[in-house]
Design a protein around this ligand. Structure first.
Ligand code: AMP
Ligand code: GLY
Length: 459
């Protein structure tokens, strides 16, 4: 196995794919419709290898990069029919739902699609995200640092309650299955933990996802997101990022899908990144291989720095959102070439070039999000001329006649690249200030731990 993390200023080697495969023009299908998919479609469509790009279902921004197709990411028959009709060469799966539901296995089993290249793990490997208990057991088997834990179901409810009484506070409860990012509760008293635990298991607080609950030790530290592309044998690291999950400034209030992100992460210096590679990334890739798990795709390591040590909070089997909106714009190499090398198990020797500067993205959301919010508000200011090195990615938007309207909680985000984090944040805020829709809200303190910019004026 070769590891390929390079600190940005050393990251100058060029990629040479000519020896790996014959170049040909490709039709690409990207599944998803968020800011992540707008950033991916923006990048994929720039590749000289990309003939036609389709995005299903896409959003008001992805339609500028390719053709939106109006079906859901879990409509496997529609996906298969599109792959056949449009002679798709490469399919990239954005979100986790179709992966956990088995889209990769389904497509591989179609005799009509013998040469389709697929970016995403098999259903079994996607359990690294789809089941917290599966991920914890995998980490234990491979000596990957993570919080101590126990798992409980209806049958072991009483043992669970007894165990909770003995736990140090706070106590972390996690629904085992996918719960749209809402399945983790951090309880500050034993009574609260016991109530929530009972709600989860006995009253299906998170539906079937909480039929099993993982009780985890609380880790105190600062989080970051690390990304790799693996072909199941080798991997390349992508730039790391930090996202801001809470709705309120200073990391207060409810959890959201993500209110902004920065990359690189100032505290992730070379020494710390090397620890992440040695203790987490490489044992994970070796573990996938040792267990013969079919994984050709993105691995998202949700990490926390405790003291000087990295630990895994979670795995995801896809890219992060909004991390993608800062990671992808920093990548200078041709993403299609790298994805083809991934699908063909030819990542060995491949390196990625990326911009050594900073990227910051700030997400504008609908008023009320992550609770109830209105949709259908007209968005003004999208036609403004963007400064150089600034990108506007749509998330929850839709085209309504000539207008672009809000169609989700996270509406759009603005990413800026600059030599300093401050400048990148300032540019993104300025562009966001020129965009208007009813109920617009954004956090004006993205990157606050690392930037002296003062918060304020976020609405
Ligand atoms: P997850 O869905 O596993 O990423 O958890 C959501 C969020 O809960 C994480 O981003 C952390 O902020 C927090 N979290 C999860 N597990 C722990 C833990 N063991 N200790 C502290 N915070 C945690
Ligand atoms: N930003 C966190 C995630 O995509 O899960």
């Amino acid at each position: 196995m070769s590891h390929k993390y390079n600190v940005p200023h050393l990251y100058q080697r060029s990629t040479n794919f000519a020896t790996h495969y014959t170049k040909h023009f490709m039709n690409i299908l990207l599944l998803g419709g968020g800011g992540r998919e707008h950033a991916l479609s923006w990048k994929l469509s720039q590749s000289p290898l990309c003939k036609e790009l389709f995005i299903a279902p896409g959003n008001g921004g992805t339609s500028q990069c390719g053709t939106n197709l109006p079906f859901s990411v879990t409509d496997f028959e529609a996906i298969k029919a599109t792959c056949i009709r449009e002679t798709i060469d490469l399919i990239v799966v954005g979100p986790e739902d179709p992966l956990v539901a088995g889209i990769v296995d389904f497509l591989k089993a179609q005799p009509e699609l013998p040469n389709l290249m697929i970016i995403g793990p098999s259903a079994e490997a996607a359990q690294l995200e789809g089941s917290k208990a599966y991920a914890k057991a995998f980490m234990q088997r491979h000596g990957i640092p993570t919080a101590g834990y126990r798992e409980f179901t209806k049958e072991s409810l009483l043992q669970g309650i007894e165990y909770l009484r003995t736990c140090a506070l706070p106590i972390v409860l996690k629904a085992d299955g996918l719960a749209a990012g809402k399945g983790v509760l951090i309880c500050s008293t034993h009574d609260e933990a016991i109530n929530e635990f009972t709600e989860m298991i006995s009253h299906q607080k998170f539906g079937a996802a909480s039929a099993k609950v993982v009780v985890e030790d609380f880790l105190d530290g600062i989080e970051l997101s690390v990304f790799a592309l693996t072909d199941g044998k080798d991997y390349v690291l992508l730039p790391e990022a930090k996202d801001y999950k809470r709705i309120g400034e200073g990391d207060t209030g409810l959890n959201t899908g993500g209110m902004g992100a920065i990359s690189p992460v100032p505290f992730a210096d070379e020494t710390f990144m090397q620890k992440i590679i040695t203790k987490i990334v490489e044992p994970t890739i070796k573990g996938l291989q040792a267990e013969a798990l079919d994984y050709k795709g993105f691995v998202f390591f949700g990490l926390i720095k405790v003291g000087d040590e990295p630990m895994v909070i979670e795995y995801n089997c896809r890219m992060g959102d909004p991390e993608t909106e800062v990671v992808i714009p920093r990548i200078q190499s041709d993403l299609v070439e790298i994805l083809v090398a991934t699908a063909k198990q030819k990542l060995h020797g491949i390196t990625i070039e990326h911009d050594p500067g900073f990227a910051a993205t700030i997400m504008a959301v609908s008023g009320g999000y992550p609770g109830d919010y209105k949709k259908g508000a007209a968005i003004n200011g999208l036609q403004q001329t963007l400064p150089e090195n600034t990108l506007l990615f749509h998330a929850g938007t839709a085209q309504r006649g000539d207008e672009v309207v809000t169609a989700g909680g996270r509406v759009l985000c603005v990413t800026s690249l600059d030599t300093s984090l401050n400048a990148a944040i300032k540019n993104s805020k300025e562009v966001l200030s020129g965009i208007d829709y009813e109920g617009k809200y954004f956090r004006s303190d993205i990157g606050y731990e690392f930037s002296p910019l003062s918060p304020g004026g976020g609405t």
